[in-house]
Every structure is written in structure tokens, then in C-alpha cells.
Design a binder for this molecule. Structure first.
Ligand code: SF4
Length: 234
């Protein structure tokens, strides 16, 4: 099915989404929708870190600090030991406990369930006042946890591929990309549509559109891609 904007013309983003769905199929894996605090801690261990390294760090944190309240007063060294292999471990060994502490101070308990009643922009703004939390982490928490809200995650893979495709200009800063995409998304799109879109675009970034190593002739988006069309033609 092709989604359309209100004036009846599919946006370039929607055309790309349909092409991705045709390529990867409709059985795109669903995230494990657990407590949003789990997703926040995991996302903070994932910044610029390989997936299996961040999963390992998260598992060590979860084994050491359950309930998560235990991490609020944990010595820096104990947190750092669990996450020492992630990028920016020194920084996040401070940020993760500080973020949890601030949630508890503001809400009286360590829970983000109250965000479910809020709009996505309001909930993202609240999360982004926590130390170490930017638009990528806030959208990840809202979209993939059991809150399952219609926030669009944009990571560096997504941003890079979208600039090649021409969905955003090459000058669009990373921080502004999500709002540019939202203007192209039909209001019929659900949280799951946004989740699928992000993970499929990211997969293109991993499979075909790697930084410094583009495989345009085999890419399923080559006919929709501003950059790919020029390189293949030449
Ligand atoms: S056609 Fe090339 S530049 Fe465009 S998305 Fe695919 S790999 Fe990237």
C-alpha cells in the first residue's frame, strides 16, 4: 500500500518507504517493548558503540543494579566497570546514574510511564533535559519501549542515507533531520510505521550505503536516490 499526503501525492519519503518494504518485507522484527527505563539505559550505552558491545554493557548494568534505583547512588567505578568497553564510557558512567537520579527527583519514582499521556514533542523535550539525552535517545525510548509512541528515531546511518537520497539537503544538521522527515510523513503513519522506517533505512546504511563505501548498483533505492542516480549514470 502506498501512503499519500493530504493533497494526494506520495512524498519522496513515502516512496522510499514503500521501496524498502518491498525489499525487506513486512515481517520487520518488532522491538522488545519493555520498561522505558530499560530502553533509556540501553540507548545511553549505545551511543557510537557497536551493537554487541552495548548489549554486553547493558546486561552487566542490569545484573549489577536491579532495581535500577540501586544505580542512583552507586560509586562511579562500579558503573564504569560495567560499561568500560563502550565509547565515551567515562562520560556515561556519570550521565546514566545522573539521568536516573533526576527522573526520581522530579517524579518521585523511577518511572517514565507518565510520558504516555503527553504529545511526542513534549515528551521528547522532557527527556532531553536529562544529562546525555538528545533527540536520538529520546525518540528511541518513546518509540521502541512499551510506550510505543509515534516518535521517529534518526541515527547517523539514517541521516547519511537520507542526505544521499535527497530526502533532506546535504546541509541539514543531524539535530534538525527528524523534524524535516516529520513534515514528509503522512498523518496516518503509526508508531510501528515510524519504527519500521527507521530500522529499514538504517539497514540500507549497513548493507549498501556505508560511509566511504557505497554499493549503488546493487542498492534497492538506486532509482529513488539523487546521489545514486548520478553515480550509476556516470
Ligand atoms: S543508491 Fe547509493 S547513495 Fe543512494 S542510498 Fe543506495 S547506496 Fe546510498
Amino acid at each position: 500500500m502506498q501512503y499519500v499526503l493530504d493533497f494526494g501525492i506520495p512524498s519522496p519519503l513515502v516512496i522510499v518507504h514503500d521501496r524498502l518494504t518491498a525489499h525487506y518485507g513486512r515481517d520487520w522484527p518488532v522491538s522488545v517493548r519493555s520498561d522505558p527505563i530499560d530502553h533509556l539505559v540501553f540507548a545511553m550505552t549505545s551511543s557510537r558503540t557497536l551493537g554487541k558491545v552495548s548489549v554486553d554493557a547493558f546486561c552487566k548494568l542490569r545484573a549489577a543494579f536491579q532495581p535500577w534505583d540501586l544505580m542512583i547512588k552507586a560509586p562511579y567505578e562500579e558503573v564504569h566497570t560495567c560499561i568500560q568497553n563502550i565509547t565515551y564510557a567515562d562520560t556515561y558512567a556519570n550521565f546514566i546514574p545522573a539521568a536516573l537520579r533526576l527522573i526520581k527527583e522530579k517524579e518521585g519514582r523511577l518511572s517514565l510511564d507518565f510520558l504516555e499521556e503527553w504529545t511526542v514533542p513534549k515528551a521528547q523535550a522532557w527527556l532531553e533535559m536529562l544529562p546525555g539525552v538528545g533527540p536520538k535517545i529520546s525518540a528511541y525510548v518513546l518509540n521502541t519501549s512499551r510506550l510505543h509512541m509515534p516518535a521517529l528515531i534518526v541515527d547517523t546511518h539514517h541521516w547519511r542515507v537520507a542526505r544521499h537520497l535527497g530526502l533532506i539537503t546535504r546541509e541539514t544538521p543531524f539535530e534538525k533531520a527528524a523534524s524535516c522527515f516529520e513534515r514528509q510523513i503522512p498523518n496516518t503513519w503509526t508508531a510501528k510505521d515510524r519504527e519500521d522506517h527507521h530500522f529499514m533505512i538504517k539497514q540500507i546504511g549497513l548493507d549498501f550505503c556505508k560511509d566511504g563505501h557505497l554499493r549503488c548498483p546493487s542498492c534497492p533505492l538506486r532509482n529513488d536516490c539523487a546521489y545514486g542516480k548520478t553515480t550509476i549514470a556516470n
